[in-house]
Design a protein around this ligand. Structure first.
Ligand SMILES: [Ca+2]
Length: 594
């Protein structure tokens, strides 16, 4: 396929139309001392030649490694459509829009599992959840041998200086979040395990010394410090006080916004930036298309025995009324503008350090979230609202024709790790299931995958069913399986009757749940039948309103996708028992659910 044929023209608003927030206080960017160092960017990517000459000269000075740096920013629960560049006309995101204007915007990017922990592990390991086997309800953590094949560990082994900042929602090693393996796996670690909320200092000691109180600004301070040649931030776990000038870096920034745990804890404190207090509070906030308030639901979006919506976690109840939804929407918009300013600050810092023309920036979200569309709240579903995410790849060396391009090819978040290794000229391990997007970034290639596979194995008392979905560029087929879990409402009542905490009943997996999860992961491959199916024509019905599963006119597409479903599921599962360790309330003395 010709490069030109995969692209569509996209018109951006001019930055001046988007507003520059003159009233907002700027964040400190370069208050830290920067030593005079040779600018790596002038070497660009002549690494092989330079390394060859360096070896020939055999001097005592190390040769500068000019492979590209990577700056990977992952947001939390950000659906497609929350920024200017993906069609939001109210939320101001001029810096991210500019990044999209200079990079490639992947318009058909999908996660693998639409919930934090499995999605983030999928990104680390470049594996579907069906293969890696870790979720909130799996009773497992990632085994060290699996983690050894994660992109940050591989990049570090291959000479990259690595950093991790923000929120970690992946239990790694024996003891999960308490193993210490995550901290020691990076050269620079400045993150909290589990939610870091809007005011991270309230819940994580590591951020105690931060200048600011709010999440995005704390993350910004950490990222600025990481990119500086001299590290000065007290809280960060690191081995060196200097970023080595002769190594490329890979910095992963993982936010806990616009996630409900972040927006739900915003308090408009006096010390908050004006963005988080007054922005968007004087404009009309429309309800999302297809919004249905809880009291007005006549026919549930999914049959009540398929999705037990009444058992949903209370933290998503803000979707139930227009008033509560409006307040939450404003906070999400404020968060997105805060994140946008972070992106602007990061790019300025790259320029200051002289590495902007050798740093690849990747921006993505771990999955989306329902905001009351069709009466739904929360995630862990395989609809577009939860699986379709924005993805931008900015490479300073993109061919001119691709700068600002919209790529319409199907891609998945497991492709990010494969892409970074490919661009860093590092061979990917056999355990990777993702594909490199490099052909789409060079204009050399057409489709890299014909189908997308998404799934939900977070099947608990909160009422979500197991789900498997396959889709091509036009058609999408979804299978739902029975959820036999005791409902949350029953557990809460029993806890009340016994006089014990309901959280004891609701959170934390016990050993027997490892078997339940494993059984769920294998059941459909062994022949379990779905209790409900859906088929959508995304071309004519992008909001997935008309289920064509019984439509004779769509019989051919259904039959074809049923075959694809089995192929994709089998491929996603892979072979052998997943590389996981027992990680439960029973195995850990100090287990805390994250
Ligand atoms: Ca998330």
């Amino acid at each position: 396929m010709e490069a030109a044929s995969i692209l569509t023209t996209f018109v951006f608003s001019r930055p001046s139309e988007l507003g520059l927030f003159p009233a907002l206080s700027p964040l400190p960017r370069s208050s830290l001392h920067k030593p005079e160092l040779m600018r790596i960017h002038s070497l660009k990517r002549l690494a092989p030649i330079l390394l060859f000459f360096a070896a020939m000269c055999a001097t005592s000075l190390p040769a500068a490694d000019s492979r590209p740096n990577f700056l990977f920013v992952l947001t939390d629960d950000q659906s497609y459509g929350m920024m200017g560049c993906d069609g939001n006309e109210l939320t101001r995101t001029p810096n991210i829009d500019q990044l999209a204007r200079e990079g490639v915007f992947f318009d058909r990017a999908y996660v693998t599992s639409a919930i934090c922990t499995p999605s983030r592990i999928s990104i680390f390991l470049s594996q579907y959840e069906r293969k890696h086997g870790v979720n909130f309800n799996s009773g497992t953590s990632v085994a060290p041998e699996a983690w050894a094949k994660s992109y940050p560990v591989i990049m570090r082994e291959n000479g990259y200086y690595t950093g991790y900042i923000g929120k970690n929602h992946a239990p790694i090693g024996k003891g999960g979040y308490n193993s210490g393996l995550m901290e020691e796996s990076f050269d620079y670690f400045y993150a909290g395990h589990g939610h870091i909320r809007f005011y991270p200092k309230d819940v994580h000691e590591i951020f105690e010394g931060a200048t600011y109180d709010t999440q995005v600004e704390i993350v910004n301070e950490g990222a600025q410090d990481f990119m500086s040649y001299e590290h000065r931030l007290d809280g960060a776990v690191r081995f060196l006080d200097e970023r080595p000038a002769d190594k490329p870096f890979c910095l992963s920034i993982c936010l806990n916004l616009p996630h409900s745990a972040g927006t739900g804890t915003m308090q408009q404190r006096e010390s908050d930036d004006e963005i988080y207090k007054s922005l968007y509070r004087d404009i009309e906030i429309p309800l999302p298309e297809h919004y249905v308030a809880r009291d007005e639901i006549e026919t549930p979006r999914l049959p009540a025995d398929v999705l037990r919506a009444s058992e949903r976690q209370a933290s998503y109840n803000f979707v139930d009324t227009p008033e509560a939804l409006k307040e939450r929407t404003i906070r999400q918009m404020q968060s997105m503008t805060g994140i946008d300013r972070l992106i602007g600050n990061l790019r300025t810092k790259l320029e200051t350090e002289g590495v902007d023309d050798n740093t690849i920036i990747i921006f993505c979200s771990d999955h989306g979230l329902f905001m009351g569309q069709h009466g739904l709240g929360g995630k862990a579903l395989c609809y577009e609202q939860t699986t379709h995410v924005p993805m931008i790849v900015f490479d300073p060396e993109l061919p001119t024709v691709l700068k600002g391009a919209r790529c319409n090819e199907l891609v998945q978040t497991i492709d990010i790790a494969a892409t970074m290794l490919d661009l860093a000229e590092i061979e990917k391990p056999e355990t990777f299931q993702g594909l490199s997007l490099r052909p789409l970034l060079s204009g050399d290639g057409g489709a890299i995958r014909d189908h997308v596979f998404t799934e939900n194995l977070w099947v608990t008392h909160f009422g979500n069913p197991r789900i498997e979905a396959v889709q091509d560029k036009r058609w999408k087929y979804i299978r739902y399986y029975r959820n036999d879990c005791v409902p949350a409402s029953v557990k809460i009542q029993v806890a009340k009757d016994l006089g014990i905490k309901s959280s004891t009943m609701l959170y934390g997996s016990h050993d027997n749940e490892i078997a339940v999860y494993r059984n769920h992961a294998e059941a459909s491959l062994r022949g379990e039948e779905p209790i409900y199916e859906e088929l959508f024509d995304l071309e004519t019905d992008p909001d997935e309103l008309n289920n064509l599963i019984d439509d004779p006119a769509a019989k051919t597409q259904l039959e074809e996708l049923r075959i694809v479903w089995k192929q994709q599921l089998t491929k996603a599962r892979g072979k052998g028992f997943p590389a996981v360790l027992r990680y439960t309330v029973d195995s850990e003395k100090d287990y805390k659910s994250k």
